[in-house]
Design a protein around this ligand. Structure first.
Ligand code: FAD
Ligand code: NAD
Length: 476
């Protein structure tokens, strides 16, 4: 039987659209089905990341940081900005323009690669068949016969039953990035990646921000030393981070959100203008296929896949957030490329040990590889080197002296096991570490490499030197 398509990709987020482009580059006849509608109910490609995630959050983080710098940091440079004002609507308009240009860019790229785009809700009805339904009328619009299916349907915010979403008051991350005025008091449930980034945006613009985090430990996924440095720094920036805080209820009364939560001292109450729920995301794997197909999901509904991202049904693959943590755009994109190569008969793999993580606070928190605690728990003998930005000439020149780089190396082989950065531009600096670790560099390899002066990157060099007690610009 001749099949209409080689590959149907479901979802045009960073996992799906990248998979579709790579499939098409490899000569596979590819269609990408996506159901995203933007605020104006228009189809928009790029999924969560481009529409309501990575990109709009970074646009607002930049605008709010510029405002913060003008207000707080300019003075030390001898620059006065006495009549500084914020126009939140203009900030939001710039953000929307960035989103619009990038989502349009995805459309152009897919078209340029001859990927057919279909807007609508996809449902897999057999291992070789996908039906598409209109979002508006629910009517069936297409039936696609295919050799392979790639599920890249992403994730949605977890909701809390104690705090039903209420437009204008109790918001998810998308709502938190759409506010057109600075709330006086903003409550955030969850001090994870979204809580810290969204909290930074509105706090820099003048909101009083309180983060209620259920865990005892702050940012437990990061290296504990960096996490504690970050907590101290963010607290100094007036983010009020309360740990061990479990929400009991949230209700809207008289245009305010009344929150009851419990901490070690007992029941507490807070009143906010807006409340953001940022307690993680769940997979979009419902309404996608019938149980009879045999695609297995775990107890939290993530689609289960093998190392090639193949589901329990041959020729049906799943990638990105829908297969679980880490829920990061670059992980999904890498899986997309791998699956495209796999379908074309090539051997590739994703190196899950070297997925970089970044939290875009200021300073930024970035890491790759193992934390010190993970190394110790694994019984590894390690050497640790670190270098503070306070001792970096460039960091002083640009007034970014907060933070450090920490390198963990294997005590016997000197292989770099983890790199942890808390600094300005950590998101850019971490790429060096990923590359070095991917090339299996030792700490000594980094120490023997020449870095341009004066740069923030020199701190990487000095941290590597410090692994062997040879740093020049600090006393080892
Ligand atoms: P998604 O981007 O969610 O895309 C899935 C697509 O599939 C959507 O367009 C959806 O409409 C479509 N779809 C779902 N079901 C169907 C169906 N049945 N039929 C047709 N289409 C369907 N990650 C980072 O790496 N860096 C960051 O800085 C970062 N910042 C973030 C900030 C915020 C506020 C949020 C919410 C997330 C952030 N993330 C970040 C996470 C990142 O957005 C996700 O990891 C990424 O978008 C996952 O990509 P994906 O392609 O798997 O899914
Ligand atoms: P997260 O897992 O990063 O953080 C959620 C936090 O909420 C955790 O600290 C958790 O302990 C806490 N929590 C859970 N239930 C709670 C409750 N009932 N009360 C109080 N606290 C509670 O999730 P997120 O911040 O929602 O982000 C979702 C996903 O999006 C993450 O997996 C992340 O990888 C991704 N993301 C990434 C970036 C980035 O890469 N810079 C930015 C934003 C989001």
């Amino acid at each position: 039987m001749s099949l209409e398509w080689d590959v149907v990709v479901i979802g045009a987020g960073p996992a799906g659209y990248v998979a579709a482009i790579r499939c098409a580059q490899l000569g596979l006849k590819t269609v990408c089905v996506d159901e995203w509608l933007n605020l104006r109910s228009k189809p928009s490609l790029g999924g969560t990341c481009l529409n309501i995630g990575c990109i709009p959050s970074k646009a607002l983080l930049e605008s709010s940081y510029l405002y913060h710098q003008a207000k707080v940091d300019f003075e030390q440079h001898g620059i006065a900005a006495p009549s500084l004002q914020i126009d939140v609507k203009a900030m939001q308009a710039r953000k929307s323009k960035v989103v619009q240009e990038l989502t349009q860019g995805v459309r152009t790229l897919l078209k340029a690669n001859d990927v057919k785009i279909i807007h609508g809700h996809a449902k897999i009805i057999a291992a070789d068949s996908v039906e598409v339904f209109s979002r508006e009328t629910q009517a069936k619009t297409d039936e696609l016969k295919t050799g392979n299916i790639i599920i890249a349907t992403g994730s949605s915010p977890v909701r809390l039953q104690q705090a039903e979403q209420m437009e204008g008051y109790i918001l998810d991350s998308a709502g938190a990035l759409e506010l057109d005025a600075v709330p006086e008091r903003l409550g955030i449930i969850g001090a994870g990646a979204i809580g810290l980034e969204v909290g930074s945006v509105w706090s820099r613009l003048g909101a009083e921000v309180v983060l209620l985090e259920a865990m005892h430990e702050f940012l437990s996924i990061a290296d504990s030393k960096l996490a504690s440095l970050a907590k101290r720094s963010l607290t100094k920036q007036s983010l009020d981070i309360r740990l061990d805080a479990r929400m009991v209820s949230a209700q809207v009364k008289n245009k305010k959100v009344h929150v009851v939560y419990e901490d070690k001292a007992g029941e507490q109450k807070e009143v906010f203008d807006k409340l953001v729920i940022a307690v993680g995301r769940k997979p979009n794997s419902d309404r996608l296929f019938g149980e009879e197909l045999g695609i297995e999901r775990d107890e939290r509904s993530f689609i289960m896949v093998d190392e090639d991202c193949q589901t329990s049904v041959p020729n049906i693959y799943a990638i990105g957030d829908v297969v679980g943590a880490p829920m990061l755009a670059h992980k999904g994109s890498d899986q997309g490329v791998m699956v495209a190569e796999h379908i074309s008969g090539h051997q590739t793999e994703v190196n899950y040990d070297l997925i970089p993580s970044v939290i875009y606070t200021h300073p930024e928190i970035a890491w790759v590889g193992k934390t010190e605690d993970e190394c110790k728990a694994a019984g590894l003998k390690i050497r640790v080197g670190s270098f503070p930005f306070a001792a970096s000439g460039r960091a002083r020149a640009v007034a970014e002296t907060e933070g450090l780089i920490k390198i963990i190396a294997d005590a016997e082989t000197d292989a770099v096991l983890g790199v942890h950065i808390f600094s300005a531009q950590a998101s850019e600096l971490i790429a060096q570490a990923v590359l070095m670790m991917e090339m299996q560099a030792t700490a000594e390899d980094i120490a023997l490499t020449m870095f341009a002066h004066p740069t923030l990157s020199e701190a990487m060099h000095e941290a590597a030197l410090s692994v062997h007690g040879r740093a020049i610009h600090i006393k080892n």
